[in-house]
Design a protein around this ligand. Structure first.
Ligand SMILES: Cc1cc2nc3c(=O)[nH]c(=O)nc-3n(C[C@H](O)[C@H](O)[C@H](O)COP(=O)(O)OP(=O)(O)OC[C@H]3O[C@@H](n4cnc5c(N)ncnc54)[C@H](O)[C@@H]3O)c2cc1C
Length: 393
């Protein structure tokens, strides 16, 4: 039987892979064929299905602010971007804001980040402790020096819904999805000419996109490329609070504990310190981590949280870029048709619209035609030119 051929093969069909697929298929300059390989069409364990599904403008690096400014405009208008047969997807976007809190020691970094965000037009307010107390009366502010609150452009949404909306629209535009695992690539000098599936089938292609999330490093390795991306387990815990905590944004405590409203209750989490954060592939939840590390902080910051009732919890994985905690976007220098969209380090869902569009532009036009994502280029690692993101939640 003749080998199947596609102009572009995308490995990984969750939020990022499906965004690339949609943006390719929707580009009038693209007339090729697209295959998305997804090893788990139930999407049960991909990060896109297990995330906190939130979007913020409060980053320390300009490129991340610009990416999220586009992200929020896309999400606000998702109904027109991704409607299929007149049916407009609804991802329940709620612009409830982020609130980063700082003590004296964290204040300079908070202010520096705020200056970047304000320069780029993000609607973020720098608040004094008195203003914090007035705006969020349920908050303990005694040890705080300042807070940054997103008045608009930040909040949360149905992340699974976003992924499915990209997928559905891509399929409606002619993209093929195949339930299969890519286990190898065929390399011919400076180009990839094919992808090998777990059952041995070989598919020839004109370009490959690595949108495999936690599977990204293995796919890169198959092409002979090491990327500094590590799987880091992150747990999310939910709880209910009998007392009202009104107009609560997504709050990031100076300790790193974060929480936000979710349905009738809240969700929360905390990144462990580096020395307690090994690479991981399991999905086990450590309830003790909530009880010992998170709950005391919650109760200290919001007295009403002393009386919470813990609910369900789950774990997923960040594809953490150890180089600078930012995504790798674009081709590897010596493999011109192997495009990377990896290492999102916990902010890939909100970046999926801009990165999907950017990769599609590179494939179709050979350059970024809208937002310049060059700061996130693969080569920055060899050039030792990090885009160090200080605000990793
Ligand atoms: C607990 C948690 C909270 C988060 N919170 C947020 C948040 O609030 N906001 C935000 O923006 N981001 C958040 N993130 C990060 C975000 O979820 C990810 O960055 C984003 O979903 C990455 O999307 P992706 O499509 O690249 O990867 P994934 O969603 O992981 O998808 C990769 C897909 O590739 C498939 N695959 C892998 N290898 C292969 C292969 N060899 N062949 C075929 N298929 C393959 C997998 O089955 C999977 O479906 C969070 C992540 C976690 C874990």
């Amino acid at each position: 039987m003749a080998e199947a051929h596609y102009d572009v093969v995308i490995v990984g069909g969750a939020a990022v892979g499906s965004s690339v697929a949609y943006h390719l298929a929707a580009d009038p300059g693209f007339t090729g064929s697209v295959l998305v390989l997804e090893k788990d069409p139930t999407y049960q364990r991909c990060a896109s299905a297990l995330s906190a599904a939130s979007i913020r403008q409060q980053y320390s690096t300009a490129i991340n602010v610009e990416i999220s400014l586009y992200g929020i405009s896309f999400l606000r208008d998702i109904g027109s971007h991704l409607a299929v047969d007149g049916e407009r997807p609804d991802i329940g976007l709620h612009e409830g804001g982020y609130l980063f809190l700082a003590t004296d020691s964290g204040r300079p970094a908070l202010e520096a980040g705020h200056a970047v965000q304000a320069r780029l037009g993000a609607n973020i307010a720098l608040l004094t402790p008195t203003q914090l107390q007035g705006t969020f009366p349920w908050l303990s502010t005694a040890d705080l020096a300042a807070g940054c609150y997103g008045r608009s452009g930040e909040g949360w949404f149905d992340g699974y819904g976003l992924m499915q909306a990209f997928r559905r629209k891509a399929r409606s535009l002619g993209v093929t999805y195949q339930a299969a695992q890519a286990v190898d690539v065929v390399r011919d000098g400076g180009r990839i000419t094919g992808v090998v599936l777990a059952d041995g089938t070989r598919i020839s292609c004109g370009a490959v996109v690595n949108a495999a999330g936690a599977g990204g490093p293995a796919l890169a390795k198959a092409a002979g490329i090491e990327i500094p991306v590590h799987n880091k387990k992150r747990m999310i815990f939910t709880f209910r609070c009998p007392d009202p905590v009104e107009r609560c944004p997504l709050v990031i405590d100076p300790t790193g504990v974060y929480w936000r409203p979710e349905g009738e209750g809240f969700l929360c989490g905390l990144a462990p310190p580096d020395e307690e954060d090994p690479d991981s592939t399991d999905f086990d939840v450590d309830v003790g981590f909530f009880e010992e590390r998170i709950w005391p902080v919650l109760a200290g910051r919001v007295p009403a949280f002393e009386r919470i009732r813990p609910g369900r919890a789950w774990a997923g994985h960040y594809d953490m870029n150890a180089f600078d905690h930012n995504a790798i976007v674009g081709p590897a220098p010596d493999l011109s048709n192997f495009y990377f969209a990896n290492g999102f380090s916990g902010h890939g869902l909100q970046q999926s619209p801009a990165v999907g569009r950017g990769i599609a532009e590179l494939i179709v036009h050979g350059r970024f035609t809208t937002l310049d994502l060059a700061p996130l280029r693969f080569a920055r690692m060899a050039e030792n030119d990090p885009v160090l993101e200080l605000k990793v939640v």
